[in-house]
Design a binder for this molecule. Structure first.
Ligand code: SAH
Length: 194
């Protein structure tokens, strides 16, 4: 795939997810009061690193020659597959935000009137938003033909996911008890349970 086409496709996909799909939920996140939160500096730092690695480093790669030493070329089919992953990631990101609504938080928090969401995409998958981010960071790695700009989303997100997901489920279990336990039985973490 032409590097210019790959860059444009990546930034459109990223812009859709973070500046169109997520934007209204950031506003409601600031409005709805929070009852309790898990203070975790490593989690907060990794969350920030995913943003820097998913957006700022790719910007540097596109608009400056600083990262050109790490360029390589990718076959067309890899770019096309990445485009499909990016589209699927954007769709799932949208679906998860819509279903989670005001219960969404960028970190691990419980709101005043937190409700356990078990419908929509959440009827099948417990962490569809994380599934969608896996798709987006994998697409980044596959579509940006640069060893640095390609992988700076995937690496911090992999760390964030593996360090966070168990804690999140413990937090939900402590909050919702038997209801969450039953929910755990019938759903998969990232993929539907068959
Ligand atoms: N892990 C989920 C949500 C990510 S947002 C996903 O990947 O789709 C993180 C916040 O969502 C956490 O602070 C938690 O309070 C909330 N959360 C996670 N699962 C939830 C559920 N099933 N219902 C309501 N809130 C949930």
């Amino acid at each position: 795939m032409e590097p210019l086409a790959a860059k444009i496709i990546y930034f459109v996909g990223y812009w859709l997810a973070n500046f169109v799909i997520r934007a209204p939920y950031i506003k409601s996140h600031q409005r709805v009061p929070i009852r309790s939160k898990l203070k975790d500096r490593v989690d907060h730092a990794l969350f920030l690193a995913v943003g820097v690695g998913g957006f700022l480093i790719p910007l540097l790669y596109v608009f400056t020659p600083l990262l050109s030493f790490a360029d390589y070329s990718l076959p067309l089919w890899v770019g096309v597959t990445a485009t499909v992953l990016l589209l699927a990631g954007d769709w799932l990101f949208w679906r998860a935000h819509k279903d989670l609504g005001t219960n969404w938080s960028p970190t691990l928090e419980i709101r005043d009137q937190h409700r356990l969401v078990t419908q929509g995409i959440y009827a099948h998958i417990r962490h569809p938003m994380y599934s969608s981010i896996w798709l987006l960071v994998l697409a980044q790695a596959m579509i940006l033909p640069n060893y640095l700009a390609g992988f700076t989303g995937l690496i911090p997100f992999a760390l964030l996911y593996f360090l966070r997901v168990g804690k999140e489920e413990q937090m939900m279990l402590a909050e919702f008890g038997a209801e969450y336990e039953q929910y755990l039985q019938r759903t998969g973490r990232l993929l539907p349970k068959f």
